[in-house]
Write a protein that binds this ligand. Structure first.
Ligand code: UTP
Length: 491
């Protein structure tokens, strides 16, 4: 293995120069395959970058100064509450035109490890929909197919994975025939990784022959878009706007013509959707003007007295919570990713439990956090935009993330919210929804995104409102009978 030997010497020298020679402490005991894996891990590490972060972020807890002035940001109203001057109608038409022209692509960040959900496999493969058990990726694919049916062009779909789940994600799409999309229009690429550190700055091994690497945060998406060639691919295809969303939100409108149109008409480089916060201290990022720049301040960083402030009319002063739905102009993504460290956003430290090995190479499962991970967050790109806008949307329409197996933001709440939204759409079409004493729909309802993308679309599609009996399972899908022939098929 000449190549390996060559790599070994060079890589070991770099590691030692940076005080990380211990990564090779088990080298003499490793077989050829393990050696190759260790070298591949070490080759992933940007030692200079890591060295520059150790003092500020790892050896002590970073002190991130709050901006001097934190003010409320101007947020555009929700659809339906928009200005009466026709701006929203005109914007919607601009968005539709961009879709028809093939100038919009979807972009899902799916590189996370989904540790809280605890599901074996990529999170996008998790079967979430209440009747069919359709996985998250299928729902997004169906949303894109609906866009194609409506406007004649199915947008390209870029999916960012990480080395931890790339192969499995690809295999999942293969096994499901890309959910009816053209494989050439689904583009996968991998994000970068960062090592986990001990508090003294030494990098951790996860096994004797593996560095404890993990994905560098959804903020790593900008750099990965550039380095993977995805931005160049977008340019070739004529894509100008990137519709960004996370893999864990089954309610997301994968492509929203109104949002795209407002973003284009306002000359925004990076746009965002916000929901009104459920309570003052809700654990979502807060849209603010930080020293005059539109920014997201994390709930943990926004001082409580600001989070509790009220306007003169009693409404919350900082009321706009971030839901990780954005449009990025491709040109903006290109501009901020130029140069060697292009696309690098501020680092955030998280103290985590990292499986590792002791000095004899025996596995150690820590009971308390033993490692420091560093991640970038995509919303930190917003202040880099020359112009940025935020619009409110309804939480029940567009946001219900699957973060946990149980409790808040869980499998249960996401399914419940899918049913609630289906009920609201069907009611808008004139259906009568049976309801339990607590007001929840007393039927299991599912609308396939290929059938309708919103309530208006559903109204256009339904020949007449279906009759929904208490306890029924009603699936509204292309070419299917409803109510659902086989309620047992529901999950
Ligand atoms: P989360 O912050 O919820 O993290 O990601 P996670 O890794 O999915 O889950 P936990 O914290 O381990 O339980 C929000 C979104 O950002 C993506 C995730 O895939 C998800 O769509 N993400 C997160 C990445 O693409 N890369 C990352 O490095 C981190």
């Amino acid at each position: 293995m000449v190549g390996t030997t060559h790599n070994y010497e060079g890589l070991r020298a770099i590691a030692e120069r940076h005080g990380q020679g211990h990564l090779f402490q088990f080298w003499p005991q490793l077989d050829e395959v393990q050696r190759a894996e260790l070298l591949a891990d070490v080759a992933e590490i940007d030692f200079e970058l890591c060295a520059s972060l150790l003092d500020e972020f790892v050896r002590r807890k970073p002190v991130i100064p709050l901006p001097e002035r934190i003010e409320a940001a101007a947020i555009l109203p929700r659809r339906g509450e928009g200005p009466r001057d026709g701006e929203y109608d005109a914007a919607r038409r601009v968005g539709e035109e961009a879709i028809r022209g093939g100038r919009v692509a979807a972009f899902t960040v799916a590189g996370g490890q989904g540790t809280r959900l605890g599901f074996e496999g990529p999170k996008g493969a998790f079967r979430i929909s209440p009747i069919r058990g359709a996985p998250l990726f299928q729902l997004f694919a169906e949303g894109l197919r609906r866009v194609g049916l409506r406007w004649g062009v199915t947008p390209a779909w870029y999916i960012m994975t990480s080395p931890q789940n790339h192969a499995e994600t690809r295999a999942f799409f293969d096994a499901h025939a890309f959910f009816g999309l053209r494989p050439a229009d689904v583009i996968f690429f991998q994000q970068g990784q960062m090592p986990a550190f001990r508090p003294d700055g030494r990098m951790l091994l996860s096994e004797r022959h593996r560095v404890a690497l993990s994905p560098n945060g959804h903020g790593g998406s900008l750099r990965a878009l550039a380095t993977s060639g995805a931005l160049a691919d977008m340019r070739r295809r004529g894509v100008e706007q990137i519709s960004y969303f996370q893999v864990d939100n089954p309610l997301v409108a994968v492509i929203d013509p109104l949002f795209i149109g407002l973003h284009v008409r306002r000359g925004s480089e990076m746009s965002s959707k916000a929901v009104r916060k459920a309570d003052d201290l809700e654990r979502v990022g807060n849209f603010c003007l930080a020293d005059g720049k539109l920014s997201v301040i994390e709930y943990s960083d926004l001082p409580d007295e600001l989070a509790r402030q009220r306007n003169a009319d009693g409404t919350r002063r900082f009321d706009a919570g971030s839901i990780a739905i954005h449009i990025l102009e491709r040109g903006f993504a290109e501009r901020v990713t130029e140069g060697r460290l292009g696309g690098q956003l501020p680092w955030h430290r998280a103290d985590k439990k990292v499986s590792t090995v002791d000095e004899h190479g025996r596995p150690v499962q820590p009971a308390a956090p033993n490692g420091v991970k560093l991640e970038m967050f995509v919303f930190d790109a917003i202040p880099l935009a020359r112009s940025a806008m935020v619009m409110y949307t309804d939480r029940g329409e567009e946001f219900s993330p699957v973060k946990n197996a149980e409790g808040v933001d869980s499998v249960h709440t996401a399914r419940r919210d899918m049913i609630r939204r289906a009920a609201a759409w069907l009611e808008r079409c004139g259906a009568r929804i049976p309801r339990a004493a607590d007001g929840e729909p007393a039927a299991v309802l599912e609308i396939s995104p290929t059938f309708a993308m919103d309530a208006d679309d559903l109204a256009r599609q339904l020949p007449e409102p279906p009759t929904i009996a208490t306890g029924a399972h009603v699936l509204i899908d292309e070419g299917r009978e409803w109510p659902c022939a086989d309620p047992a098929a529901s999950i």
